[in-house]
Design a protein around this ligand. Structure first.
Ligand SMILES: *Cc1c(COP(=O)(O)O)cnc(C)c1O
Length: 380
């Protein structure tokens, strides 16, 4: 069977080199050997977050780090402002709700980016807001939020700035310390191009200070325990980590360092621009506002006359290209092309060729080669 090309906004395809790193022998997780792996991995992670602070690796998916970010910095009945313009913004809010934290939703139309002015207004209106949550790259809509500009607003307020960079870290510009981010979280299976199963978090001094005042309503994700174990010699994690996945994550972070973070981000931006142009060349319509279109995922409206099932079914079964569907009310109306991780012109050429052939095959009046031709022109 042909291998299927994953063009998803996570999980992304993992290189052979990273897969092989997972086959190393299991070591004692309370040993110098693991301590060294721990130190190397978290220090590379901090470099990618662009923070002077320690990063902690959590065995769990990205959502585990989102939950850790919330439960360690907010007490029940305290108020958090959640910027919600898609599925993942909503998830942050739902996590807070599940811990009896008082949530206030700043609703953003799906497909549009939040205006930092609205965050400022909300903070001015309500002094009880102790933190805000923002999703940098809203994977469900393909929209990038202006986290740098929001950071400038947040500098004038005491509220903590909590940011999800699960689908942007390693693919778009994130600068935790400079943007004044207090809690930043990510996951292994998106732009970092490691296998799913690991998450990472970093906290500012203000966030740590606040955490001293909070007893997390969650045993596994108590970050003070992670800090305590991380400060041991050799450093360790409070509970048994996935050692194999830590090897893989470390290798994936080394790959990023070798490519150069800046080069990697530019590669993602190029893939994004090329994808947007190819979508337009095929006569299709973007879901997100073009000016705020994500560097790592492009959401496209399904043309009239094709169902999601036949469209993505055909790209997958006939052409071996796996695309993502829409989430929630976008289900059946939108498909998403993940161009994160290791994606180059090669994957995009195959993808747009598959999209063109599929649309033509399903009876849409389209020039099936227009997309792949556009990719060629973008990269020549
Ligand atoms: C994928 C993703 C997550 C985390 O999802 P998991 O399935 O828990 O890894 C969180 N936020 C965003 C923006 C994502 O894209």
């Amino acid at each position: 069977m042909d291998e299927i090309l994953l063009m998803l906004p996570g999980p992304t395809s993992v290189s052979q080199r990273v897969l092989e790193a997972m086959s190393q022998p299991i070591v004692n997780h309370r040993s110098a050997l693991f301590g060294e792996l721990f130190t190397k991995t978290s220090s590379l992670m901090s470099k990618i977050f662009k923070t002077e602070h320690q990063s902690y690796i959590i065995t769990g998916s990205g959502t585990a780090a989102m939950e850790a970010g919330i439960v360690n910095t907010l007490k029940p009945n305290e108020k958090v402002l959640n910027v919600v313009g898609g599925k993942f913004g909503e998830r942050f809010m739902n996590i807070a709700k599940s811990h009896s934290i008082n949530t206030k939703e700043l609703e953003v139309e799906w497909g549009k980016a939040v205006d930092p002015k609205n965050i400022k207004e909300a903070l001015d209106e309500d002094e009880d807001i102790k933190a805000i949550t923002v999703v940098h790259n809203e994977t469900s809509t393909g929209v990038c939020a202006p986290i740098k500009e929001i950071g400038k607003v947040m500098k004038n307020y005491d509220a903590l700035y909590i940011v999800d960079t699960v689908s942007s870290l390693g693919g778009d510009y994130v600068d935790v310390d400079n943007y004044g981010i207090d809690v930043c979280v990510t996951g292994s299976q998106k732009c970092l191009a490691a296998p799913p199963g690991m998450a990472a978090i970093t906290l500012s001094d203000d966030a740590w200070e606040k955490s001293n005042d909070v007893t997390p309503n969650n045993y596994y994700l108590d970050m003070k325990e992670y800090r305590k174990s991380g400060n041991k010699n050799p450093p360790e994690t409070p509970y048994t980590p996935s050692i194999s996945l830590t090897y893989a994550l470390y290798e994936a972070l080394k790959v990023i360092e070798e490519e150069g973070l800046d080069n990697r981000i530019k590669r993602h931006h190029k893939a994004s621009k090329a994808s947007v142009e190819a979508v337009e060349a095929l006569g299709l319509e973007l879901f997100a506002d073009k000016e705020v279109s994500s560097a790592t995922v492009t959401a496209v409206k399904l043309p009239e006359g094709v169902t999601d099932k036949e469209f993505r079914g055909t790209t997958r079964d006939k052409y071996k290209v796996e695309l993502a569907g829409g989430q929630d009310h976008l289900k059946g109306n939108v498909f998403r092309i993940g161009h994160m991780g290791n994606v180059t012109y090669k994957e995009l050429a195959i993808t747009f060729s598959a999209i063109g052939m599929t649309l033509k095959g399903l009876g849409i009046d389209v020039d099936p080669g227009a997309g792949v031709r556009s990719i060629t022109e973008s990269y020549i």
